[in-house]
Design a protein around this ligand. Structure first.
Ligand SMILES: [Zn+2]
Length: 282
């Protein structure tokens, strides 16, 4: 008799575990959404002032964007190093991550509990050149002045927020495998079929729109491609159409799809992508 009870218990745990977890997640999400609605106006005012990307979304998409931003922000510990914190900072950093993953199902970059915001370029490890940001097993690091310049468009083709979130997205899917997005992982394989030959040619000295820094290694190629995809999509599609298409598929979104007959996007055109700031974006 006892063995029957034990087997029933084990089977119960096995079969009910997932539905119970899903139910709990749904209830928690509902609870978060309730709290979010009280803060939505503030989130909108912050994000709409800095993210052109956000302003081009439909109202429904904007709410999804803001809620994801809220959830992302509340899943992280933000640390401020030699920079005065304000309420907008974690929202804007979270919004950069949400922009990148907006076409994907998973967006929390789970594994990274800590995000470090530094004042400006900084030194790290044994590298002699200063960094604008980097990602390692301890967290995501961003320099605030470079981050703000990136989202305000002051530094054409350079957006350290998107760049570092790009590294983090690859990290949680392929290194720690702590937040695997099925679509992203499956499509990354196809992305690489197009991207690898371009990257290999660049390592052999070929020049293109992505600039020399993208040839450093495949991680940097990926992160720079993300910056260009969002910051200079028109030229990207013109110069490297196959790679642009592969980016659309892997991220499941197209920045140029926002262009409609009654909405004109004025883009910064800077053909000298190689003319990147000297500081390294690792
Ligand atoms: Zn990098």
């Amino acid at each position: 008799m006892e063995i029957v009870v034990i087997i029933a218990l084990v089977l119960g745990i096995l079969f009910l575990n997932r539905p119970v977890t899903l139910l709990f997640q749904r209830l928690y999400t509902r609870h978060q959404f309730k709290r979010f609605t009280a803060a939505e106006t503030f989130y909108h005012s912050v994000v709409s002032r800095h993210f052109k990307y956000y302003n081009r979304l439909s109202l429904e998409e904007q709410q999804k964007f803001l809620f994801r931003t809220y959830v992302f922000e509340h899943s992280k510990n933000f640390h401020y190093i030699e920079v005065e914190r304000n309420a907008e900072m974690p929202i804007l950093v979270s919004a950069a991550a949400v922009q990148l993953t907006f076409g994907l199902e998973k967006f929390k970059l789970s594994y990274f509990d800590d995000i470090f915001i530094l004042r400006d370029d900084y030194h790290y490890g044994f590298y002699s050149r200063p960094f604008m940001g980097h990602v390692d097993q301890t967290g995501i690091y961003l320099s605030w002045d470079n981050f703000i310049k990136g989202i305000s468009g002051e530094t054409p083709n350079c957006n350290v927020g998107l760049h570092e979130m790009g590294h983090a997205l690859a990290y949680v899917n392929f290194v720690t495998q702590t937040e695997e997005d099925k679509h992203f992982k499956a499509e990354f394989h196809n992305f690489s079929k197009v991207a690898r030959p371009i990257f290999t040619a660049m390592q052999g000295g070929a020049k293109n729109f992505l600039g020399d820094y993208a040839a450093t290694n495949y991680h940097e190629f990926w992160a720079v491609a993300i910056e260009m995809f969002f910051e200079n999509a028109v030229q990207f599609r013109h110069e490297l159409p196959d790679l642009y298409e592969a980016m659309i598929r892997v991220l499941n979104q197209d920045p140029l799809s926002f262009i409609t007959s009654n909405r004109t996007i004025i883009r910064r055109m800077d053909p000298t992508a190689a003319n990147r700031k000297k500081a390294m974006i690792q």
